[in-house]
Design a protein around this ligand. Structure first.
Ligand SMILES: [Zn+2]
Length: 330
């Protein structure tokens, strides 16, 4: 190759805009060179079925949702407890630290990633211990140690030492009005919200596996590639904070919006928002309603409770998510 050609290539490399990319590291200290297949990094439930460690309706005969991926340890101490460290998957900021074992996540840390194409959260649950250097609001480089892998959980069934794992989740926060929404639900009177905005009900995860094992990803593209399963039209006097926090997911004139056409993924993530002006015939007279359903996804939507058992009316999860999304828009 001539010197001139090499220089030309170099020049090309310098002038081509880099593709949008968020750099990612594996969120534990597992030796990836020893990973040959999925069973080398996934930690299934007591069922032993590998699929139960992945994202989706993968538990209890497809009736129970798992909102993240369960990553197994690579090293144990003499007592059989996990020794792996848990690390920040992407550059970000510490948004929540829960050092108590008072819910299904046990001890957990949530990061937000304002530098990504879309400011997603990542969540690290069941930690044995949180690193004392991890403080609320601090900026974290990817790879920074957040704590030690464990099995803390106040869920119905304890996690035994042989099943210690990191529950890793990536997704979007539904609303900054969640606390008020939660307090207004009669069913919640006896169970206080211990986790504020980082209560699992306000966090909507997506499949984190396409993000793992990569050096870099386009987080926005991963969100957008999820197909629309169901659409909703809703009235909203004010702009929902979801739209303000994730403006790339919205189109149309926000200032003139009397409501929105919202496309949801099967697990209930609002993927795309289109502003509807007052007088738009699609807008319901009041409140909100389902506009369309992808019939091929109907059985899944019923199991996920986005649809009621009749396959037409809204299910309890859709009602809940829309209620949370509208909590700052009334
Ligand atoms: Zn899990």
């Amino acid at each position: 190759m001539s010197r001139r050609y090499r220089l030309a290539l170099l020049f090309l490399g310098l002038t081509t805009a880099p593709l949008p990319a968020t750099e990612v590291v594996w969120p534990t200290t597992l030796d990836l060179t020893a990973v040959r297949s999925a069973q080398d990094y996934l930690q299934p439930t007591v069922s032993g079925r590998l699929e139960s460690a992945t994202f989706g309706m993968v538990r209890e005969e497809g009736l129970r949702f798992h909102e993240g991926v369960d990553i197994r340890p690579g090293r144990h101490d003499a007592a059989g407890e996990a020794l792996d460290l848990v690390r920040a998957a992407m550059d970000g900021q510490v948004a929540y630290v829960n050092p108590h074992v008072n819910g299904p996540y046990g001890k957990y840390v949530v990061l937000v990633h304002p530098g990504a194409e879309l400011p997603v959260y990542s969540l690290y649950a069941h930690l044995a211990a949180i690193d004392p250097a991890v403080r609320l609001g601090m900026f974290t480089r990817r790879g920074l140690t957040l704590g030690r892998m464990g099995r803390t959980s106040a869920g119905a069934s304890p996690i035994t030492p042989d099943r210690a794992h990191l529950h890793f989740e990536v997704g979007l926060i539904l609303s900054t009005g969640f606390n008020q929404w939660y307090a207004a639900q009669p069913d919640n009177r006896k169970s206080p919200n211990l986790h504020g905005l980082f209560n699992g009900q306000n966090l909507i995860g997506m499949d984190p596996l396409p993000l793992l094992g990569q050096r870099s990803v386009d987080v926005l593209a991963l969100v957008r590639r999820q197909p629309t399963a169901l659409t909703v039209v809703l009235r909203a006097p004010k702009v929902p904070d979801f739209v303000t926090r994730y403006p790339v997911l919205a189109r149309g004139e926000r200032g003139k919006a009397a409501g929105w056409y919202v496309e949801f993924s099967w697990q209930g993530m609002p993927l795309r928002w289109t502003a509807l002006e007052a007088g738009n015939p699609r807008l319901p007279a009041q409140g909100w309603q389902i506009a369309e359903v992808d019939v091929t996804q109907r059985p899944l939507l019923i199991r996920r409770k986005l649809l009621a058992a009749d396959g037409r009316k809204p299910g309890e999860l859709l009602t809940q998510n829309v209620g949370i999304l509208l909590s700052t828009a009334r």
